[in-house]
Structure formats: structure tokens, C-alpha cells
Design a binder for this molecule. Structure first.
Ligand SMILES: Nc1ncnc2c1ncn2[C@@H]1O[C@H](COP(=O)(O)OP(=O)(O)O)[C@@H](O)[C@H]1O
Ligand SMILES: [Mg+2]
Length: 354
């Protein structure tokens, strides 16, 4: 009798973005059966050969919850891996219901999700734990701090992603004007230094593996060229931040190694509770992020020895043509398809990068 297990069926959401697309590809390579989902019927990951493509409403749409449950009921994935942070609060609410349909999730606490989605909350958590992060102000708090003393500032959305609506300025007047334009803004001290992403996996006991890579060339918020490096102090600060926030599962942290070592050589700017857009480099450098994430997701031990990596490896991404075909052959799109935004070229605003 053949006792071979059927392949694990994994639902990956957000396959229009780099993390979801590369995750779906990696899972296919591991022999998984992949259901690829996105809010945009034109999302590239829906066109991958071998996936079961599905269009879901965008997170925040009132129909999102029922549509996800219906999809899990129909296709019975063994687990769901989300690469869209905005849907995490919904997944948290639905976790039990999805579980009864056989779909596992591995989610951090709501407080950790908040710290990842809301950069002001992230700043608060790190400051409370005395971890280095740039001075961050809400518009109403800026009175005393924001003087025209030659310091540079960043005005960006509190809950932004993909480096959208990020603006640099020097003066109070500029910051005030930008705050009127940027949705739900924060004002943050600008950091001068080398920017990095840490690809991380935090197991169920809270133990973390951290893979560091420089963001050498960033386009549209995605590190299209990056290179792995080792720095014990950076790893230690990142690990401390993961603990402070209460991160769980695959996630990523962004920060800078500053040009000026004082007051802090390392500062952290954000954390995302999902794989980063450039995680493939860490994978190529030897850190088995996807398999070990699957292990954690299915309640099996995460082998941190398999998350070691080789520093000094680089990876370059570029835009390629994925598919050409007849529009009528694309997956059905029962949910409204919005026009492509001229500024970003991106018709689905949920996609992360990093
Ligand atoms: N305080 C800062 N100092 C210097 N650069 C910054 C700062 N904040 C953001 N940036 C730049 O803007 C990009 C996007 O900002 P980030 O905080 O990562 O938001 P998100 O990726 O969620 O849009 C960063 O990758 C970095 O290049
Ligand atoms: Mg970022």
C-alpha cells in the first residue's frame, strides 16, 4: 500500500507582490500544491504555471472575510501564508474558523501586528524597550522638537508600505505642508547610513534566526540588488526588537547602520510580519526560510542550524516579461478591478516590498 502523503496544499495571499510571488515559487519547488491568491486579477503570481489562481477581495473590503472562508471551504488548503500585512487583523479574527476547515495559520499577537502595521506604535515599543529607533513624531507633537536647526526629516504615512508617499524635508514649514499631503503622517528624523533588511524567522518558543542583507539598490520600495553581510551587533539589536514586539513566524526588520556611530550605530525603522520582497537572497545564501517556516507553521521544530547563511552573496532582481496572452483567459475577477495608478504602475495597493 502506498502511504505517500499528498503534497501540502498552501494558500499564498498577495502573489502580485515580490514576497508572495517568490514564496509561491519556492513552495512549488518544495513540491507543495499552491493556491495563489491576490486582489488583482492581473497579479503576476496568478499566472505561474502549476498554481491554482484565485482572486480575493482586497483586505478591508466587507466581502473579504466571507470570500476567504469560502475559498478555504472549496479548496481546503492545509495552511495559509499571508504576504499582505493589512489582512493580518482579519486573519486573526478568522483563524479559528479557517482552522476548522483545515487551514492552519501562524500569526503573531494583535499587539505585534499593530507594531508592524503602525510605525508610530513600532517607535513606541522600541523606545519603551530602550532599543534604537529614529525620533518619530505625530503632527501634533512636533512643536518643540521640530525646529529649523539643519536637521533633515522624513514625512511618511504611519501605516504606509512600499516606500509610497515618503518625503524628505529640512524645515518646519516643509514638514507642515507635507503633513497636509501624506495620509495619516508621521515625522521621523532622517537617518544617514547604509540601509539593511533582516530576514527573520521566530519559532514558537521565541527563538529567532536573523539573516542580514544590505539594500544596495531600491526601486519602488523593493531592494532589487542586495548582498548578505554578518554583523553581530546588528543581529543582536534585531533579535531584541523581535522579542520586544513579540514577532512570530517569518518576518523582516528594516534599519540602518549609521554613518555616525553616536548616539547609536544601528537604528531600526520598521518591522513587517511577513517575508520581505528580497527574501530570496537569504534563501540562496543558505538560510532555508521557506521550509523552516513551513515546519513552524505545521507545529514541527524549526531547525535554526538550517537558517545559517553565507555573507557576501548578492542577488539582483529585474523586471521581466512573465506572460503575454488573451485577456479573456485570465482568472475570473468577481471583485472590482481598479484602474492602474499612473504614479506607481500598481493597481493593487496592498503589495509589500522591502
Ligand atoms: N528615517 C528615515 N531615514 C532615512 N530614510 C528613511 C527613513 N524612513 C524611511 N526612509 C526611506 O524610505 C523607505 C521607506 O520607508 P519605510 O519606513 O521602510 O516604509 P515602508 O517600506 O513601509 O513604505 C526606506 O526604505 C528608506 O529608504
Ligand atoms: Mg520599508
Amino acid at each position: 500500500m502506498n502511504h505517500a502523503r499528498r503534497p501540502r496544499r498552501i494558500l499564498v495571499t498577495g502573489v502580485g507582490g515580490a514576497p508572495g510571488l517568490d514564496l509561491a515559487r519556492q513552495l512549488l519547488q518544495l513540491g507543495c500544491d499552491v493556491i495563489a491568491a491576490d486582489a488583482n486579477p492581473l497579479a503576476p503570481g496568478l499566472l505561474l504555471a502549476q498554481v491554482t489562481p484565485r482572486v480575493l477581495p482586497v483586505a478591508g473590503n466587507p466581502r473579504a472575510a466571507r470570500a476567504l472562508v469560502a475559498l478555504c471551504d472549496e479548496l481546503r488548503p492545509d495552511a495559509l501564508m499571508s504576504t499582505v500585512e493589512a489582512e493580518l487583523p482579519l486573519l486573526y479574527e478568522l483563524a479559528e474558523e479557517l482552522g476548522t476547515l483545515g487551514a492552519r495559520t501562524w500569526l503573531p499577537s494583535p499587539a505585534a501586528v499593530t507594531a508592524a502595521i503602525d510605525k508610530a506604535a513600532f517607535h513606541d515599543v522600541l523606545t519603551r524597550h530602550r532599543l534604537p529607533t529614529p525620533l518619530t513624531l505625530l503632527p501634533g507633537q512636533a512643536d518643540a522638537e521640530l525646529t529649523d536647526d539643519g536637521r533633515e526629516w522624513v514625512v511618511k504615512p504611519r501605516r504606509g508600505q512600499g516606500a509610497r508617499d515618503v518625503h524628505f524635508c529640512w524645515t518646519r514649514a516643509e514638514a507642515d505642508a507635507l503633513c497636509g499631503l501624506v495620509p495619516d503622517p508621521i515625522i521621523q528624523a532622517k537617518v544617514d547610513g547604509r540601509e539593511f533588511t533582516a530576514d527573520c524567522l521566530v519559532d514558537r518558543s521565541g527563538h529567532a534566526s536573523v539573516i542580514l542583507r544590505w539594500r544596495l539598490l531600491v526601486k519602488g520600495g523593493l531592494a532589487v540588488v542586495s548582498s548578505t553581510f554578518a554583523d553581530e551587533e546588528v543581529s543582536a539589536v534585531v533579535t531584541a526588537a523581535l522579542g520586544a514586539v513579540g514577532a512570530a513566524g517569518p518576518c523582516c526588520v528594516q534599519g540602518f547602520v549609521c554613518d555616525e556611530p553616536a548616539p547609536d550605530r544601528i537604528v531600526l525603522t520598521e518591522m513587517n510580519m511577513r517575508l520581505a520582497g528580497g527574501f530570496l537572497l537569504s534563501q540562496m545564501a543558505g538560510a532555508d526560510l521557506v521550509q523552516q517556516s513551513l515546519n513552524g507553521l505545521f507545529g514541527e521544530p524549526v531547525d535554526h542550524a538550517r537558517l545559517r547563511y553565507r555573507p557576501g552573496l548578492y542577488l539582483t532582481k529585474f523586471t521581466d516579461t512573465l506572460s503575454v496572452g488573451d485577456l479573456s483567459t485570465l482568472p475570473a475577477h468577481p471583485y472590482a478591478l481598479r484602474a492602474t495608478s499612473p504614479s506607481t504602475g500598481d493597481s493593487h495597493d496592498n503589495h509589500p516590498t522591502t
